[in-house]
Design a protein around this ligand. Structure first.
Ligand code: GZL
Length: 313
């Protein structure tokens, strides 16, 4: 009767919501935790149901979760792929089960492009370029030895952020990348890698640090301070994500720049899945989210910190 009433009133009855299985990497960074929070908020807003499986950053756990979602017969699967390879078999099983898969925030091997409906990601090569261009401007004409703390080995965003940054700084003969190692996107490993860099090259010989995410940079800042160095002043810092603690560090002049990455990948993903399931609309293969640069010179750092700190980072 209610549906009939709605139809009579000229509205379209809200069919029941979608049930989505989300294979999430884990909570290795503040950004990742925020993505999970925003995904729950988006589902609630749309009247959809999302089941989130935390893989503790292990691909085999993600594959198990996807198989379980297929067995449950969910309407769609969201996948944040911890690494770019090793998905062909399980995504073929999802395709055979006619369950659409949407990638969030990271990509998989382009050979498997036919195995997912769309990917909601930023342009992570561009993020690296923005970081590199900022450093070239900040360094000016003096020689600068840079150390690089990379993301998870095999993750699309780590390879892309490295490519974008390395290409951008290669334009400046004064800038040399003297060390580059993975910190696996976590604060603790970012700190350990920075400690080893300081030990091997000497803090005085490091002019700048580039970290593929803010969490590793926050660990690196801790290591620099414990070594009696002045991050953000003697040693320039640039990283990616724009988590609240990075705004705190920039306001304390212990960090210089961060490239923002929105944690809301799920919003566009739910929209694309809904349109696909309800009216067969095939989305573009890539739904791109935009990045912006924030630096310690900006006047809105406190305001952005206040806005972000309730987003579950
Ligand atoms: C980027 C995302 C990365 C974040 C890190 O899209 O995949 O994963 O930059 C997180 O903080 O670990």
């Amino acid at each position: 009767a209610a549906i009939a009433a709605t139809l009579c009133a000229g509205g379209v009855a809200r069919a029941e919501g979608l049930t989505v299985g989300f294979s999430q990497i884990g909570s290795e960074s503040g950004w990742r935790a925020a993505e999970t929070t925003v995904t729950r908020q988006e589902a609630k807003k749309n009247g959809d149901t999302v089941k989130i499986a935390d893989a503790q950053q292990k691909q085999e756990n993600q594959i198990k979760a996807i198989r379980s979602f297929i067995a449950q017969g969910v309407d769609g699967i969201f996948l944040a792929p911890v690494v770019a390879t090793g998905w062909t078999q399980v995504l073929t099983e999802a395709k055979d089960a006619k369950i659409p898969v949407i990638l969030l925030d990271r990509d998989i091997d382009p050979a498997d492009k036919a195995l997912y409906l769309t990917a909601v990601t930023s342009d992570s090569v561009h993020e690296g370029q923005v970081a590199g261009d900022w450093l070239v401007k900040a360094v000016g004409s003096k020689p600068c030895n840079v150390v690089e703390i990379e993301g998870t080995v095999g993750a699309s965003v780590a390879a892309n952020r490295k490519k974008g940054f390395d290409d951008a700084v290669a334009k400046d003969p004064n800038i040399k990348i003297i060390r580059s190692e993975t910190g696996d996107f976590t604060r603790s490993q970012g700190k350990q890698v920075m400690e080893s860099f300081i030990k091997s090259v000497g803090g005085k010989n490091i002019c700048a640090v580039y970290a593929h995410n803010d969490d590793m940079m926050i660990g690196a800042i801790q290591a620099m301070k414990e070594a009696g160095l002045k991050p953000g002043q003697d040693i320039l810092t640039v990283s990616v994500d724009s988590v609240p603690d990075m705004f705190k560090a920039m306001m304390a002049h212990e960090a210089n720049a961060t490239v923002e990455l929105t944690p809301d990948m799920a919003g566009p993903a739910f929209q694309a899945l809904n349109a696909y399931k309800k009216s067969g609309t095939v989305p573009p293969k890539w739904i791109e989210t935009k990045s912006t640069l924030h630096t310690s010179q900006d006047s809105d750092l406190q305001q952005i910190y206040d806005e972000k700190k309730n987003l579950g980072y």
